[in-house]
Design a protein around this ligand. Structure first.
Ligand code: SF4
Ligand code: SF4
Length: 340
């Protein structure tokens, strides 16, 4: 189905009181920096060409939330312009936070009440490297036809091709049709989208041409050499930025608080890169040395999460690379380990 950009905008304007709508907007200081904000008809509506600065978890697993009582709002939401690296991250979070024997209450409320409209990447940042992990820069359904997005938008000329990903997507499209006209995609439009997919994949391969796509992650667990990890982590200043910005990191700390005499359990993001992480009574820590914490992050991303959920804990979004004040590039760390 094809919808025009102006019709899609018209739809958002008409339903903005029924839904909280989040759309990536460019920062006023730097138009290349995009972040999710509430939909506003006063701002220019764009469908983002690449990922936002903020990971999708900021809208589903907030930096600080009360889990008892659960503080998530049940207002219906639509999040627009979610990229494949963030959809893949939501798959990891779903595996960790919606398991049968452990359901995180806020995460479930946010997930159940949100429609996700994803979109293809049409450009890339220098840190983007999904293709090195064999992930495409646009969403694809799995072999059994399931996927995380409800609707996906592929830009074509001044229009979008809408692909339905779920039952919720069917419902949302029916609602869109009440306000706008949609039509079948032409053969030329479908061909153009395929050509755009090939083009963006090539761009990402070119950006990452210094790195081997043949990634042997066993090197991360096999390499126990203290000197290697010390050298790789030498510039790390333990800020925790790489874990906070990562769309798949979900470690937290829980605190008991009281408000007006009422008990509250507050959940706050934590970081395995900080020296106080997992410290126990008496001050003991499982990983007291910086290089051990640094290695732990790589082992978790590429080995442990994969062992638990059969998917990598890295989606190639590149946010940790853009964020690190020490200039540590995850691609270079893995490449160095492969070359040791
Ligand atoms: S480890 Fe880095 S590149 Fe991988 S998903 Fe996390 S922030 Fe993105
Ligand atoms: S962002 Fe860089 S400096 Fe900060 S903890 Fe992560 S690796 Fe270390």
């Amino acid at each position: 189905m094809i919808i025009s950009k102006s019709d899609l905008l018209h739809f958002f304007e008409n339903v903005k009181t029924d839904f909280d709508i989040f759309i990536p907007y460019a920062s006023e200081l730097d138009e290349d920096n995009l972040s999710y904000k509430k939909f506003s008809d006063n701002k220019e509506f764009i469908i983002n060409k690449y990922r936002t600065i903020d990971p999708i978890k900021t809208l589903f697993y907030l930096p600080i939330e009360s889990v008892l009582p659960a503080s998530a709002k049940k207002m219906k939401r639509i999040i627009v312009g979610v990229k494949n690296c963030d959809l893949l991250a939501l798959e990891v979070l779903d595996s960790a936070l919606l398991e049968d024997n452990f359901v995180e209450p806020n995460y479930k409320i946010w997930r159940d009440n949100t429609y996700i409209i994803s979109s293809d990447c049409t450009d890339a940042l220098s840190s983007c490297h999904c293709v090195l992990l064999d992930y495409p820069p646009y969403p694809e359904k799995s072999e059994d036809g399931t996927c995380i997005y409800d609707l996906n938008l592929s830009p074509v000329n001044d229009n979008f091709l809408i692909t339905i990903g779920s039952k919720k997507g069917d419902e949302l499209l029916e609602l869109i049709k009440k306000y706008c006209s949609v039509r079948d995609a032409s053969y030329e439009e479908k061909n153009k989208i395929e050509a755009q997919h090939a083009e963006i994949r090539k761009k990402l391969s070119d950006i990452n041409s210094d790195y081997s796509p043949d990634r042997k992650y066993d090197v991360i667990s096999d390499n126990k050499d203290e000197a290697t990890w010390k050298e790789l982590s030498a510039e790390c200043v333990e800020c925790g930025g790489c874990t906070n910005i990562c769309p798949t990191c979900y470690c937290i700390i829980l605190n008991d608080e009281s408000e007006n005499g009422n008990f509250k359990k507050i959940r706050t993001w934590d970081s395995c890169q900080l020296s106080g992480y997992a410290r126990v009574a008496g001050g003991d820590s499982p990983r007291p040395k910086l290089w051990e914490r640094f290695r732990h992050r790589y082992q978790t991303k590429f080995i442990r999460i994969n062992n638990s959920f059969s998917k990598l804990g890295c989606t190639g979004c590149g946010r940790c690379i853009s964020t690190c004040p020490a200039g540590i590039d995850l691609r270079e760390v893995i490449q160095s380990l492969q070359e040791v």
